[in-house]
Design a protein around this ligand. Sequence first.
Ligand code: BGC
Length: 792
Amino acid sequence: MILLSAIVLTIHAQGKKPLPKLGKNSLKEVVDAMTLEEKAKLVVGMGFKMPGMPPPEKGKKPQSIDIGGFKLPPSDPEAYDVPEKVPGTAGRTHAIPRLGIPSITVSDGPAGLRIDPTRPNDKRTYYATAFPVATLLASSWDTALVKKVGVAFGNEIREYGVDVILGPGLNIHRNPLGGRNFEYYSEDPLIAGSMTAAIVNGIQSQGVGTSIKHFAANNQETNRNSINTIISERALREIYLKGFEIAVKASQPWTVMSSYNKINGTYTSERRDLQTDILKREWGLKGFVMTDWFGGHDPVAQMRAGNDLLMPGNPDQSAAIVAAVKDSTLTMAQLDANVTRVLKIILKSPTFKGYKYSDKPNLKGHAQVSRMAAAEGMVLLKNESSVLPLAKGTRIALFGNTSYSLIAGGTGSGDVHKAYTVMLSQGLANAGFKVQAELAKSYAGYLADAKKKQPKSRNFFMAPPPIPEFNVDTLVSKEAEGADAAIITIGRNAGEGADRKVENDFTLSDVEKGLINGVANAFHAKGKKVVVVLNIGGVIEVASWRDSVDGILLAWQPGLEGGNAIADVLSGKVNPSGKLASTFPVAYEDVPSAKNFPGKEFPMPDGQKPNPMVGRPSEVVYQEGIYVGYRYYDSFKIKPAYEFGYGLSYTNFKISDVKVSSPDFKNNISVKVTVKNTGKVGGKEVVQLYLSAPTQTIDKPEQELKAFAKTGLLAPGQSQFIVFTLKAGDLASFYTDKSAWVADAGEYKVKIGSSSRAIAKTVSFKLAKDIVTEKTHKSLTPQVAIDEMINK
Ligand code: BGC
């Protein structure tokens, strides 16, 4: 044996057998040629270069870094020593040049490429397009549109030299306070999964990869690195995993990012049932899984779970992996499997293919895509006596700080270094409106002054606190005299690292309510109208103030062309066709998870101080089970302020001729629908299919969205014919005791409507016998009993 290895070594040394090279030889040959140390390096990223932090001292063991109270583990000196391919990205893998393995670059984030906009000794700029946030894209209910955004986005990623974008995010809007809800799509997994698949297909059509995140049940930021998320298997399968399942099957993302939280006692990145049994075996993910940055705890457990790559990575993790293989706590076969998955994606990467990127993406073209998508995803919530659209030339008194300081997108890794943001004041002027100049000047002066006084951000993640609303008490009556109408923008911002608060965030502050009332009273007294624009990333309270105004446009955080896109809708250039992908409740107390968000904290172990990076020991119990969003409001008969699927248009539509293909379900069933534009201007309608399933042994939601379609632009009088097809899987619920998806025998009601509560027609069909549509692995079992909500 010893003799044999000596011979093999000699042959290598004499160069008789050339080393295998990635792409030239089989993956197996390449993996076989890697040393254990090389393997352990490949599955651990090259470290993280924290912006503004000095490199670790040469020759000394790298120390952990404290940034504003956040303790980061020691970084890999190579992160500083090896020049970055693209400055400002979030991470890289290690190169192994002797085997032809290059380093690939991964970069945030969901709403645009996050790279440094300027580089030392370089006069050029590298700004990226801020696309509208995910919540807005989801509100378009238009997968073709979202795919188009993906194509532009993917092209930009490729032309800036990046291999994999760290997005999209598709965690569920479990609670309106979720700090990262703007990065996620919806309270509903079908919407979340369909939007994800659409954008992934768009991005990946450009030859670059995605990382769908954060897998899974990462629905809050409070204690995000320590929170133990206690959820039933059924709620996981039906709500929190479903979107990922849809996206993996329909778009094969190159990578998946595991989340920071624990599920039922174990970090998600250390759960083999989640990362291997479910994601890879049941759903067939071909790519690899990477951790979130510094996520999880035990690198060896992560490897064993099939979390293939640890990010951003540090040498201690590689050392632990080497030691684990040596002492047999990690098998070489598992390490090889992880290495192989990483190599498969490297093989597809533009870097491996030697793609000559231009560094000159078509930013102008992409800005147009961003503007178009933004207008398509805005939701018209209220339009009393057709206050909107506003006629060209209308003299508008524009109130609210964010009218002049529009929020294009949220903060943290979801933020984008964009060249500009079009303010609403600018967008309105561009669209031919007359923005009242004196008021605009007063706001500009106030904001310039306030920005100088604004405290700096507390750390990398946190945006500075918002600037208090400008007090316009002395200006309002003059404006009501001189202007034709008033627009008030209400803005909200949030991002990773913290959840939002109920007071003055979910709810409007007294000052904001005062602003709305003051303006409304003064303008209404003169017979003039008032419109509110909501420049927000997540759901807020509207019920207490909406009666005071005539129109409300939910503009979300619309990306860098925001002001123009809002003006497109306000002017009627674009007829709004967005629909809510998350419910607006009347009050926070109505939210099904209100009592269980963000969970409870436990005392720190003796003598230890909480590390803000990790958080405090804590747990959250998802007591509402599957009753998330409309599944709850509809089942428990709670009236929301604006329901799931709701959104107005400047025209009207009629849904008719709803027919089911057969009274009995065989292998599938189709439902035909005709939609007609019965109004006076062109527009698009979203037709929604909700299913009420029969209950045999387990309770079920009143109804669930099972299909949707957006019409083309229908001229007045024009109709479109739509066909929906339901498969057996669409009828099924998850039975925990059977670890299976089962469609129960009985009568199914199909409700076709333009929102979850505006049902135009109900038809039905029967299923003669139960069908087990899928058997699954028994996984993710809670270790404690959950007192789950039940719909009796
Ligand atoms: C975020 C991820 C992000 C990563 C890299 C983490 O803090 O949770 O979403 O992709 O950082 O920047």
